[in-house]
Design a protein around this ligand. Sequence first.
Ligand SMILES: Nc1ncnc2c1ncn2[C@@H]1O[C@H](COP(=O)(O)OP(=O)(O)OP(=O)(O)O)[C@@H](O)[C@H]1O
Length: 209
Amino acid sequence: MITLQVKRLKKSFGPKNIFRDLTLEHSGSALGIAGSNGSGKSTLLKCLSGLLPPTGGTIYWIKGEEQLPPGKVRKRMGYAAPYINLYDELSSIENLQFLAKVRRQPAADQQIKEWIQRVGLESAALQPYGKLSTGQQQRLRLASALFHQPDILLLDEPGSNLDEAGQRLVTDIAADFQANDKLLVLASNSRQELALCEKVYSVEKQTFL
Ligand SMILES: Nc1ncnc2c1ncn2[C@@H]1O[C@H](COP(=O)(O)OP(=O)(O)OP(=O)(O)O)[C@@H](O)[C@H]1O
């Protein structure tokens, strides 16, 4: 089981404080992050992923008794968010192949094929990412966060721009992920998506709901 431990986390942009002394601990399968527009959900996910340095405080990921070092966390993490883009000129398959190289993921071809199928992009697999619809791009982002079989998955508004089948895909991904003793952190404004989570933390109120 993976535990997320956040202690007195602070993030500000210049004089603007987004959160201060944010402290939370979660062990288990899925943690939802709630809060109104602009409350800091994406900022928190960016800090958890290492994409943004916090202004203060600490973030620990613990597996069993082991505190995971940042390099290991990065390797074991998948992250899909509207602001994480892939390469416009590369096809769906090429984007995933490129990521596999960057991640030094050996023999990724089968997993890439499986995930292209799973997110329903077989017929668009050879099209450049920049020419996909916004929903198709979101599907590829989900595949890109998952085909290396991460233990920690960060999803920011995973259902955005997805049709009903796409929403079901998110539900299935969350269920599979939780069944396998991994940790999902899902930020959303959607009650339906937050309902997929075991516990929900409000970044606005800085407490579990
Ligand atoms: N790089 C930045 N520079 C300055 N301010 C920023 C930056 N990134 C985010 N902010 C501000 O931080 C606040 C929180 O933004 P964030 O995107 O984390 O909110 P959110 O809860 O994810 O919102 P939404 O529900 O609309 O996606 C906003 O007021 C935003 O303007």
